[in-house]
Design a protein around this ligand. Structure first.
Ligand SMILES: Nc1ncnc2c1ncn2[C@@H]1O[C@H](COP(=O)(O)OP(=O)(O)O)[C@@H](O)[C@H]1O
Ligand SMILES: [Mg+2]
Length: 245
């Protein structure tokens, strides 16, 4: 059995009275590419935040790398691209390089000295996401797709073993999206575990190895093939499932 990266056991969460995540149990193993799908408001972002320890479940337990989340410290192993990550200061826009650097600083203790090795890591992340030529550009001057790449480079710079992305293709055009999915497939081939959240199942990549479908509860969790077999009973056709896959 492959190493368990994220293990969620019977987790429920409520912001106020009503549970928005209910009795969810699932395990994500090393090397998987999980598509986490569900309609708007179904609890996807909430579940991701629970996985990242940003929200504490009211019930159930979370383990990261086989450790109870409260004991887990190695956050550089985890890369996160939050939903609507366009939290960009329009008056003092950072350069791409500076944004990627932030992904390293958050893992450092004070004093946050930048070493030659760090610079190399930044270069690698820029190369991997194909934005080396944009390193000095201001983030505000970039297209949506380029900004997205910069934020992924930031999430990748600490060499994480898993990267979680919350609706990263919202508002980007078809071509950018396809390139983006190619990039994710490339990262996954390198052994990086991926959790990709989207409400738009028609647009999810066919590179996913597993599909987790939630609507407060987990309504489906299994491999791509099983998902598409089940999907045959539905009138709408998903990109995920065309070509008889
Ligand atoms: N900070 C919050 N406070 C109160 N309710 C919230 C908060 N964030 C999300 N919700 C509610 O929780 C439910 C699930 O939200 P969310 O996890 O963001 O869903 P999704 O990402 O699938 O769209 C929604 O009904 C949403 O309105
Ligand atoms: Mg969301």
């Amino acid at each position: 059995m492959k190493e368990e990266i994220i293990n969620i056991n019977d987790v429920s969460f409520a912001y106020s009275k009503q549970d928005v995540v209910k009795n969810i149990t699932l395990t994500i193993h090393k090397g998987e590419f999980v598509g986490l799908i569900g309609p708007n408001g179904s609890g996807k972002t909430t579940l991701l935040k629970i996985m990242l320890g940003l929200l504490e479940p009211n019930k159930g337990s979370v383990k990261l790398f086989d450790k109870p989340i409260k004991k887990f410290k190695d956050w550089s192993k985890i890369g996160y691209v939050p939903q609507k990550a366009t939290n960009i200061d329009k008056n003092f826009p950072a350069t791409v390089q500076e944004i990627v650097l932030m992904g390293l600083l958050s893992t450092k203790k004070i004093p946050k000295i930048i070493t030659q090795k760090d610079n190399q890591k930044i270069q690698n992340a820029l190369e991997l996401t194909n934005i080396t030529n944009l390193s000095k550009a201001r983030i505000t001057d970039l297209s949506g797709g380029q900004q997205q790449r910069a934020l992924i480079a930031k999430a990748l710079v600490s060499n994480p073993l898993i990267i979680l992305l919350d609706e990263p293709t919202t508002g980007v055009d078809q071509k950018t999206q396809e390139n983006f999915y190619k990039l994710l497939a490339k990262l996954n081939k390198k052994g990086i575990t991926i959790v990709l959240v989207t409400h738009d199942i028609g647009r999810i990549t066919r590179n996913v190895t597993k599909v987790a479908s939630i609507n407060q509860k987990l309504t489906f969790f299994g491999n791509h093939k099983e998902f598409c077999a089940k999907d045959k009973n539905h009138p709408h056709e998903h990109t995920l499932c065309i070509h008889g896959e």
